[in-house]
Design a protein around this ligand. Structure first.
Ligand code: NAP
Ligand code: ZN
Length: 350
């Protein structure tokens, strides 16, 4: 075993604080990574505060990890000591079910192992990226081809793939009108990526002061979703809508904007259910409401390479490890442009 230092929540109500623990000694197929940067996802907050009622404590969140390889097992072929590498939301899966065989480890029928909060199918807890180092099976380690601004690459490992995967699945491309709901960590990546895929992007926000940013990030138009006249102007017009909102809200307001046969996909995972959808809105236009979970490892690599090719990174605000609790409060107020990233060099023992 090897000593590691992290930041953990010990229950739902107290702030995260320094935490000492051990990582496994790298096995033959393992890569050990000294973590340089870790993005702060809203899922970290949902988990630290047990908002999904499944948190195992102590909980060390963080699944947007970029670091430097510090050791490799004897059978590791794709990484060597000194390489820059990434880890996203998963560190293992069964590798034998139909979903794993299709490269869709996030839908592993036996339950993938999350980077934090343990295996879905039971077993020991796992500790995530708010820490000094991590040891991961090579299959779940990503190559980073960006050569600079590595802190801003970290959020691609969750916010990037969670938006890229549905945009690809629903074949977003040139000639399409695509809506993105919510300009947070996921939403701002969705705007950049959908724009790079050639779609015309309309951003829906509850924060009128984000309008200029959305246009700069690649939206062609910004709609304040609380303004009914602005919403009505877009009825029956969207080919696809990606909804990234982290709180329960009325989905029908957006479903009404879809064309016949078009889909709105939810990636936001609020703690309590949405008060919708309206069945008549669905059946009179054969509209579809769908969901999507992160993305498989091969697709995550494809997304990283796509973003490197198109010069896409996240817009970040760097914080020190001890600022994490304050960052959570600001995230709840939608006061982040547009992803907090922890500089892991600031991680100090208590
Ligand atoms: P975030 O940075 O906090 O962004 C969420 C955005 O939602 C906010 O910036 C805000 O945008 C909007 N919003 C917040 N409260 C709202 C409300 N009451 N009504 C309407 N809009 C509201 O969060 P994130 O990290 O992007 O994560 C978003 C959600 O996706 C979270 O629930 C997270 O757990 C989930 N998630 C899911 C997956 C997956 O695989 N499906 C992966 C990662 C994260 P505006 O200010 O523009 O309105
Ligand atoms: Zn995430």
């Amino acid at each position: 075993m090897t000593d590691a230092l992290g930041y953990a929540a010990t229950n739902a109500d107290t702030p995260l604080a320094p935490f000492r623990f051990e990582r496994r000694t790298p096995g033959p197929q393992d890569v050990q990574i000294d973590i340089l940067y870790c993005g702060v996802c809203h899922s970290d907050l949902h988990t630290a505060r047990n908002e999904w009622n499944n948190t195992l404590y102590p909980s060390v969140p963080g699944h947007e990890i970029v670091g430097r390889v510090s050791a490799v097992g004897s059978q590791v072929g794709r990484f060597k000591v000194g390489d820059i590498a990434g880890v996203g939301c998963m560190v293992d899966s069964c590798q034998s079910c139909a979903s794993c065989s299709d490269g869709l480890e996030q839908y592993c029928e036996n339950g993938f192992t999350g980077t934090y909060n343990g295996p879905v199918a039971g077993g020991e807890n796992t500790y995530g990226g708010y820490s000094s180092k991590i040891v991961v099976d090579e299959k779940f380690v990503l190559r980073i081809s960006h050569t600079e601004n590595l802190a801003a690459v970290a959020p691609l490992l969750c916010a990037g793939i969670t938006t890229y995967s549905p945009l690809r699945q629903w074949k977003v491309g040139p000639g399409q009108k695509v809506g993105v709901v919510g300009l947070g960590g996921l939403g701002h990546m969705a705007v950049k990526i959908a724009n790079a895929m050639g779609a015309r992007v309309v951003l829906f926000t509850t924060s009128p002061d984000k309008k200029q940013d959305a246009l700069r990030l690649g939206a062609s138009e910004v709609v304040v979703s609380k303004n009914q006249d602005e919403m009505d102007a877009h009825r029956d017009s969207f080919d696809f809508i990606l909804n990234t909102v982290a709180a329960p809200h009325n989905l029908d307001a957006f479903m009404a904007l879809l064309k016949r046969d078009a889909t709105m996909t939810l990636v936001g995972a609020p703690a309590t259910p949405h008060p919708s959808p309206d069945v008549f809105g669905l059946i009179f236009r054969r509209r579809r409401l769908a969901g999507s979970l992160i993305g498989g490892i091969a697709e995550t690599q494809e997304m990283l390479d796509f973003c490197a090719k198109h010069g896409i990174v996240s817009d970040i605000e760097m914080i020190s490890m001890e600022q994490i609790n304050e960052a959570y409060e600001r995230m709840l107020k939608s006061d982040v442009k547009y992803r907090f990233v922890i500089d892991m060099a600031t991680l100090q023992p208590a």
